[in-house]
Design a protein around this ligand. Sequence first.
Ligand SMILES: NC(=O)c1ccc[n+]([C@@H]2O[C@H](COP(=O)([O-])OP(=O)(O)OC[C@H]3O[C@@H](n4cnc5c(N)ncnc54)[C@H](OP(=O)(O)O)[C@@H]3O)[C@@H](O)[C@H]2O)c1
Ligand SMILES: *[C@@H]1O[C@H](CO)[C@@H](O)[C@H](O)[C@H]1NC(C)=O
Ligand SMILES: *[C@@H]1O[C@H](CO)[C@@H](O)[C@H](O)[C@H]1NC(C)=O
Ligand SMILES: *[C@@H]1O[C@H](CO)[C@@H](O)[C@H](O)[C@H]1NC(C)=O
Length: 307
Amino acid sequence: MIESIKGISLIIGLGIVIRYAYRFIMFVYAFSLRAPVNIKKYGSWVVVTGATDGIGKAYCHQFAKKGLNICLVSRSQEKLNLVASEIENKYNVQTKVISFDFNTTDDTKYQALYKQLGGLDIGVLVNNVGISYEHPMYLDELQPSTIESLINLNVRSLTVLSKFVLPTMSEKKRGCIINLSSFSGIAPSGVALLSVYSGTKAYVEKFSLALNTEYAKRGVFVQCITPGIVVSNMSKVRRTSLFVPSPEAFTRSAVATIGHEKITTGYWSHEIQAFFIKSLPEFVTEKILFDMHLGQRKRALNKKKQN
Ligand SMILES: NC(=O)c1ccc[n+]([C@@H]2O[C@H](COP(=O)([O-])OP(=O)(O)OC[C@H]3O[C@@H](n4cnc5c(N)ncnc54)[C@H](OP(=O)(O)O)[C@@H]3O)[C@@H](O)[C@H]2O)c1
Ligand SMILES: *[C@@H]1O[C@H](CO)[C@@H](O)[C@H](O)[C@H]1NC(C)=O
Ligand SMILES: *[C@@H]1O[C@H](CO)[C@@H](O)[C@H](O)[C@H]1NC(C)=O
Ligand SMILES: *[C@@H]1O[C@H](CO)[C@@H](O)[C@H](O)[C@H]1NC(C)=O
């Protein structure tokens, strides 16, 4: 009796060890030796929303380096012209800029955007534009207009833009759509004090996975990227560290996962953090995240008082 319990435990234990060893080897392989796919096979243009800063701008540089033409979409015409000329001077590619404010529900404005995108052979769409809170807050402290803009920018923009590019992509049987989610979207407990942000990013994750299944057989690859903290104006983190890459390092790594993973953090150290976020008991991550954001809220409010 004792012997057979020992035997069964040994087999189960071995199974678990083999499973994690396999995951670990795949993880190392994915972020080191694996060859990237040829992104030009999807088409000659990449459209990036929120292209003038942070992660979006860094994505533009990575794709241009690979010889793809870049269409940049965000609000400020000045920033657009600046980033586009930077790219044209550095890489031998074409650029196009479109000034557009995604903080809108107005379909006629979107029609004007579609018209400008119409002529391009779009291979990759990067749904990057997104905003978060000024600082962590309780829902009752959020302005109704902030809730509106979170939904317009984080949910509406990528849903309608994907709908715009998908018919052509599935007709050509090639294309790739990348949606930017976040740790906040994959944490099983959600993220308290960023409830609306965290909810919009969870929408991105589920929407992308469902779409990937819908369109995989029609040659369109849909990918969902779920980063941790990256240096940017949005994250308000200015210094890189082991767990906080620069937008350049982050997107170099994320671009290499295109065509391979349909959902990934995009970066090796974020992959390790995500593993713990998903495997720790939920009450532990819930408490860690809540305490962390309570601290951030307190510091932000103190800073406001001083000014
Ligand atoms: N940074 C992080 O730690 C992190 C972590 C996880 C996920 N993410 C996600 O990654 C994405 C990019 O984040 P980021 O940190 O790179 O942001 P960022 O540095 O704040 O850049 C935002 C970009 O979006 C544009 N933009 C802002 N509002 C816009 C509007 N209403 N209409 C059109 N364009 C607009 C901005 O240009 P204009 O001002 O000229 O419009 C800018 O190019 C977001 O979806 C975010 O949720 C970021
Ligand atoms: C989005 O638009 C609304 C309504 O026009 C406005 O009140 C809000 O401040 C805008 N948000 C951003 C982030 O620009
Ligand atoms: C995500 O990507 C797919 C494929 O491009 C797209 O159709 C979908 O609208 C995007 N949006 C969300 C919320 O995932
Ligand atoms: C952040 O915003 C400032 C001011 O708008 C801008 O000069 C800077 O380039 C932005 N990006 C980063 C990564 O700090």
